[in-house]
Design a protein around this ligand. Sequence first.
Ligand code: WT7
Length: 663
Amino acid sequence: MTGEGSGRPRLGGERIPPPEWFRRQATVSDPDVYDAFESEWPDCWRRAGDLLSWDDDPETVFRGGETPPFEWFPDGRLNASYNCVDRHLDERKNQRALVWEGPLGDSRSYTYLELHREVNEFAAALRDLGVGEDDVVTLYLPMVPELPVAMLACARLGAIHNVVFAGFSADALAERMARADSAYLVTCDGYYRRGDAIAQKNKADNARLALDHDVEVVVLDHLGQGVHLGPGYHDYGDLVADHAGAEVDPVARDAADSLFRIYTSGTTGEPRGVTHTTGGYLAHVAWTARSVLDIRPEDTHWCSADIGWITGHSYIVYGPLALGTTTVLYGGTADHPEKDRLWKLVDRHAVDVFYTAPTAIRAFMKWGKEHPARHDLSSLRLLGTVGEPIDEPTWRWYREHIGGGECPVVDTWWQTETGAILVSTLPGVDPMKPGSAGRPLPGIGAAVVDAGGEPVDPGESGELVLTRPWPGMPRALANGTGWGARDGRRTAADADSSDSVAPSESPDAGPWRYHPEDGAVADAEGYLTFLGRIDEAVNVAGRRFSTMELESTIVGVEGVAEAAVVGADDESTGTAIYAYVAPERDAPEADLRQRIRDAVEDAIGAVAIPAAVVFTPDLPKTRSGKVMRRLLRAVANDEDLGDTSALRNPEILGELRSRTHDK
Ligand code: WT7
C-alpha cells in the first residue's frame, strides 16, 4: 500500500459519464463550477449562503487568515427554524414537509403549514419551561415526527439541541447530558423495534437519577398508553395543547452561534461531542443537498439514516427542509415485517432520491434482488451512499437493482466533524467511478499526504488532509480551541470539544490542516478512493495494507457476505492479518477459507494472506452500523475490550473470542 509493489489499490476502472437525461435536469450541470469556486474562493461560498434567508444579510462571506479563528458569514444573522419552515409557507404551505412511516405500518404526514404549527407550539412550551438562547436541550427520541419538530423548536428559540441516539443506554445518555450540562430532556414512553417494545422512559428516568443537576423532562406519550409523571416531568401532549395556536418569533442568531451539539458514532474509544454553527452549517448542508443530492422542492427525499447521527441531522432534517422539499422519516427497520419494506415505501411515496449506507446495501444484496424487484422503483432519480467506502460489487448491485441501471450513484465522504458532504462527484457534472468517491467538492481544499505531511503522487496511498476551512466546520475547529490550532488534530482536551477548552499548542509550524484520520489514494484526475481509518491500516513486515482493500477483496469472494480485517501482534512479522468473515448462509467453510486466501494472494500478494480467517455469523457493529474494528483487534490480541457501549450486538463478542482462539 505504500507503493512497495504489492497491494496497490486498483484504480483506473470504469468511468461512467452522468446520464444525459440526468445532466439535463440537474441542479448543477456546469463543469465550470470547479474553476469558478477556485478563482472566487472564499467568496464562492456566497452561493451557499444565498440559498438561505437571513435576518441580516452577510456582507462578508469569510473572515480569517492562515490559522483559526475562521469566521463564516460573520455579519450574517438568521434562524434555522425560519429557514426550514416559515419561509416556505408562501409558496408551499400545503405541500408535505415530513412523511413519517412507523414501525408497525402506521404513518403520518405534516404539510409545511402543519409543521409550522407544531414547531411553534412546542417552542412556546419549551420557552415556558424556561428554555432560552444557548440552553442545551437533550432529545432522546426514536424516529418519530416529534424529533424533528423538537429540533426545529429549539432552533427557533436559539437553544442548542443535543440529540442522543434512542438506542443508547441510560448511562450513555447521562454521560452525554452531563458533558453538555443539559438541564432539559425530551423523551417518550417507549417505541417498537422489530416488534419489541422498548421502555425508553425507564432509561431516561435512570439517566436523570444519575445526574447531579436538576432536569426538566418532557415525555411524549408515543404509544398512547398513558405515562406516570412525577415532579419535574411534563406531558408533551398537554404542553402542546396548552400552547395551541401560539406563535414564537424565530430568534435571530449570529452565523457562528451554536445550532446543535452531537456525538460521533463511536467506533474509536470515547464519544466525542461536536458543536455545529447556525449559518455556516446550514449553508453548507443546503448547498450539498442541492448540488450533490440534487434535491429540489418538488422532490420526495429519503435518507434512511437515524436522526441520532449527523447524517440524519443534515440530510433528513436541515438540508431537505431548508430547500423546501418533502423528507421521509422511517421509524422501522429494513427487514421488518418483510425484507421488501424499504422498496414498498419507495414505491408508495414515489421517492426521488434515496440515500443510505453501504452496510445496508450489503444486507439488501444478501437478502436477494427479488425483494426490490417486486416493486416499482422507477420514481428514483438519484442514489447516494455514506458512512464507509463502498466496494465496486456493492456499488454495481445498488445501481442495477435499486437504480434500474440508470440512476447516478453518489458516494459521499464526510464526517460528524465536517457537518456536511466534502467529497463526492457532482452527479450532473462528473463521471462516476465505482469504488471511488470522487473529487473534493468545489471550494474544498484537500490533499493526500505521507507521514511527514508531504503530498504523495497519484496512485500512492496516504492520509487525507483538508487544507482549507469550509462553512460546515465545527465551532471549536473554527475557533481553534479544542483542535490543534495549526494542525487541526484532535487533542485530548477536546474529547468533549466544548467551545471553552484552551487552545492547544501545536508543534507543527506548517500551514493549517484538518486531519480527518482517513487513508486515501487519489487517481490522476484527483478522484479519491478511501481506504478506511488510518488507525485501521495493518502493517505487516513493514508494508502497510489498507483494511478497506483487503476487505473488498474478501467480500468479492463468492459466499462471503461481510468481512473485517485487523492486525494482531505477531512475533515474526510484527503484525498478522486476521480476517473476520460473515459467510452467506450455507456457504461451505473449508473451501471458502482457501478461496479467500487465494483471492488475497491474487489481488494483493502473498504477504497479505490472512494468518487467520475466522468465520462468524455477524461482525461487531455500532448502532449506526459501523464495524468496530477496535473490538476485533482487542479480540485478536486477547486484550481488554474497553468501552463497548456503542455496540449493537454485544452478544457476538464471546463467540468471537472463542472462535478466534480455537482456530
Ligand atoms: C467516517 C466518519 C458522515 C456521516 C456518517 C458517518 C467514514 C464516511 C465515507 C465514504 C469512505 C467514509 C470515514 C469518516 N466515511 N463516508 N463515502 N467513503 N469512508 O459519520 O460517524 O462521523 O464517521 O466515516 O472513515 O472519517 P461519522
